[in-house]
Design a protein around this ligand. Structure first.
Ligand SMILES: [Mg+2]
Length: 321
């Protein structure tokens, strides 16, 4: 619904400068920010001489729908996608930048709420929004750049897994997918699963914790556990076997799966969007808090198997598929 049709103030009414001012208004104090929003560029502290950086783009109609999700949830998800990637390098997020394209008739409150969601998720990760830009476009597009610090640690890439490592996960697997299945059947409960589909719940301290504990490789699960483990297998040149008996099925997934007569492991192995962290650790090392073993790393070929066999069914979301 356009703002002009409902009589609300639109982006065109408010104007670009007021929009940016609103988005970056009231940024909290941060040790990382020397010069905050309001100048030509922000100036950030860089404690160990390296900056971790990534960007994620969300497009209306492709990644979200304004009639299905609230602006605040979309803002949270947009921020979480980038902040989770910083986490997956073993870094802490320090700052976010947001680029927005939107139709001129978009209600100005929509963007204000999306900005609020973005800042809320940034605060969960200890980061602040230090800048933004808006421009007119046909659909709503949110581009979020996150910056982070390794605090002296080595980055944990996808390429360091060693034969004999264990594979361990921290966070939710399959919750968002189960929530989507609930909504797809026209239900609104269990609320905990529907909420998991609305936005992820992420432990932003888990990445640095895994790095400190000696993780050899790590990735966040955005496309599905098997699909994302496939990236570690390919980058490290190793085989990974997931053991379903070690994948404990949480109660809400168990309940939904028996109600719909499906195997909950399908959601856990292939569901994306929960942004759990999956990492490899030397078998003799003590695992960091919150991580649970779900598999092992073996000799090449670079592939991911489940209980020693190829997984039957789609291994996760593939972009442009
Ligand atoms: Mg990622």
């Amino acid at each position: 619904m356009s703002g002009e049709a409902t009589g609300e103030r639109t982006l065109r009414d408010v104007g670009e400068f007021a929009l940016i001012d609103r988005l970056v208004a009231d940024i909290p104090q941060s040790d990382f920010v020397d010069v905050g929003p309001g100048d030509d560029a922000a100036v950030l502290q860089c404690s160990d001489g390296r900056v971790v950086v990534c960007v994620d783009v969300l497009v209306e109609g492709k990644h979200f729908r304004r009639d299905w999700s609230t602006a605040i949830d979309i803002g949270r998800r947009a921020a979480a996608a980038s902040l989770s990637d910083i986490n997956a390098m073993g870094a802490v997020s320090t700052a976010l930048l947001v680029g927005v394209a939107a139709p001129g008739d978009l209600p100005a409150t929509w963007l204000a709420e999306a900005g609020a969601g973005l800042k809320e998720e940034a605060a969960n990760a200890g980061a602040v929004l230090v800048g933004g830009d808006t421009t007119e476009g046909d659909a709503v597009v949110l581009s979020v750049t996150a910056l982070g610090s390794l605090e002296g640690r080595a980055a944990v890439t996808r390429g360091g897994a060693q034969v004999g490592d264990v594979v361990a996960v921290c966070g939710r697997l399959g919750w968002a997918a189960a929530g989507l299945a609930v909504l797809g059947r026209g239900f609104r409960s269990p609320k905990v699963l529907v909420d998991a589909h609305r936005y992820p719940v992420i432990d932003y301290t888990a990445g640095p914790r895994a790095a400190t504990a000696g993780a050899t490789a790590m990735i966040d699960v955005s496309d599905g556990l098997l699909a994302d483990l496939g990236h570690i297998a390919a980058a490290s040149g190793v085989a990974i076997d997931v053991h379903t008996e070690q994948l404990e099925v949480p109660e809400p997934l168990q309940a939904a799966a028996s109600a719909y007569n499906v195997d909950p492991h399908g959601w856990m192995l292939t569901g994306g969007d929960d942004h759990a962290l999956v990492a490899c650790f030397p078998a003799k090392k003590k695992l960091p808090a919150g991580f649970t073993v779900i598999g092992v790393v073996g000799e090449s070929p670079a592939q991911v198997t489940v209980d020693g066999a190829q997984f039957e069914g789609s291994a996760g979301f593939t972009h442009f598929a």
